[in-house]
Design a protein around this ligand. Structure first.
Ligand SMILES: Nc1ncnc2c1ncn2[C@@H]1O[C@H](COP(=O)(O)OP(=O)(O)OP(=O)(O)O)[C@@H](O)[C@H]1O
Ligand SMILES: [Mg+2]
Length: 287
């Protein structure tokens, strides 16, 4: 490791330990289980509770958070890397004062970047992240490098699953990869699109019956549930935050409960316990 990188890493790590910034990665094994809707509305609810939130679009897919919220990014991470823009130029201002860092097509190469570009990006992100209480990564689904980098770099990994058996087998595969290849031990589960809390707890029990048997070293915590709500696809079509359009609908009630729980936990026990370098450095593997 170069001395510059070592110094940067130490400085950032010390800064991080003294800060209350929480970095959450939201992921899933199977695609289309509700990550982006959860992230957008959790960010909205946290922001309404007075938290300063930056959502980082960490998904290479097409159903991105800026589209969900009807925002039209002109610049993205690629422009930052080519020196055409700063982070401030890229950040989008969403509903309820949430900020969003759009990936555009710049994210594709992140893990392949040369060291000087990684450092440029990290310095910009280190600088900008200081003003926030929460950074939330909306990752893609599955076990690709981008997904596992963002999950292993965050303080907390929140995994979304539904009642569908394939969503459970796929989330199990993701936990296994994150544990075996990235030494991750703690996972938090949100069960989405259920008809009752009881159904969510049943899904969680089925999942932990398997993890307790085959992945003995990991802990899988039940974070909460989100009810199936026929208004969700309507809000998606209207390209507005669900909580703004339907504040009293079932989905909103569940998201508000989750945001209250997450917000009250601050500062995270896991963030101080986990001995890790600053998340961006870890995410982009600067040595
Ligand atoms: N609680 C819910 N009730 C009803 N529909 C829902 C619920 N949560 C998500 N959906 C629907 O599921 C679809 C997928 O949601 P979303 O795009 O948030 O998933 P994703 O996990 O981010 O997908 P991808 O893996 O493609 O990024 C959306 O069309 C949305 O309307
Ligand atoms: Mg998504």
């Amino acid at each position: 490791m170069s001395s510059q990188a070592t110094t940067l890493k130490r400085m950032a790590y010390e800064k991080m330990r003294g800060s209350s910034l929480r970095v959450l990665a939201v992921s899933s094994g199977k695609g289309g289980v509700g990550k982006t809707n959860f992230v957008a509305n959790l960010a909205y609810a946290l922001s309404k509770r007075g938290e300063k939130v930056l959502v980082v679009d960490a998904d290479l897919g097409l159903n991105n958070i800026d589209i969900l919220l009807g925002l039209a990014p002109k610049k993205h991470i690629g422009h930052l890397l080519s020196g055409e823009a700063t982070v401030e130029d890229i950040i989008l201002h969403g509903p309820a004062d949430i900020n969003i860092l759009p990936a555009g097509d710049g994210l594709q190469e992140l893990t392949q970047l040369p060291p000087e570009k990684k450092i440029l990006l990290m310095d910009e992100l280190d600088r900008v992240s200081q003003g926030y209480d929460f950074l939330i990564f909306d990752t893609g689904a599955g076990i690709s490098n981008n997904v596992t980098y963002f999950c292993s770099a965050a303080h907390e990994t929140i995994l979304i699953a539904t009642t569908e058996p394939t969503s459970l087998t796929d989330v199990y595969a993701l936990m296994k990869t994150l544990h075996l290849k990235h030494a991750q031990k703690h996972f938090r589960m949100v069960i989405n699109s259920v008809s009752s809390e009881r159904e969510a707890q049943g899904v969680y029990s089925n999942l932990t019956a398997v993890t307790d048997r085959f992945l003995k070293d990991i802990s899988v915590e039940y974070l909460g549930y989100i009810l199936h709500d026929a208004n969700v696809p309507k809000a998606v079509r209207q390209q507005k935050a669900f909580l703004e359009l339907y504040p009293f609908s079932k989905f909103s009630v569940c998201i508000n409960e989750l945001s209250e729980k997450i917000s009250k936990e601050k500062p995270s026990p896991l963030s101080s316990e986990r001995d890790q370098p600053y998340f961006w450095r870890s995410a982009f593997q600067v040595q």
